[in-house]
Design a protein. Structure first.
Length: 75
């Protein structure tokens, strides 16, 4: 039963990572807990964290590039 609790906690973290904003509610079918073991869920969570950080990095780079272009255009 202890593993179930851990799986539920990981799934809650995954739901937060998937959500677009804090008010966004993401539902994941609880039956998925039966298909994935704890290591697989942890791997999914870590992949989401990595992808989210890469998206932020790409977004910041893009915004910096846009900002630099607007500075050049206004001069």
């Amino acid at each position: 039963m202890e593993e179930k609790l851990d799986k539920k906690e990981i799934v809650e973290e995954i739901k937060k990572l998937i959500a677009i904003d804090k008010e966004d509610s993401v539902e994941i079918n609880p039956d998925f807990l039966e298909y994935f073991d704890l290591d697989e869920l942890i791997s999914i969570k870590e992949t989401l964290i990595l992808k989210k950080s890469k998206i932020r990095e790409i977004t910041f780079d893009y915004l910096d590039e846009l900002y630099e272009k607007t500075k050049e255009d206004s001069i």
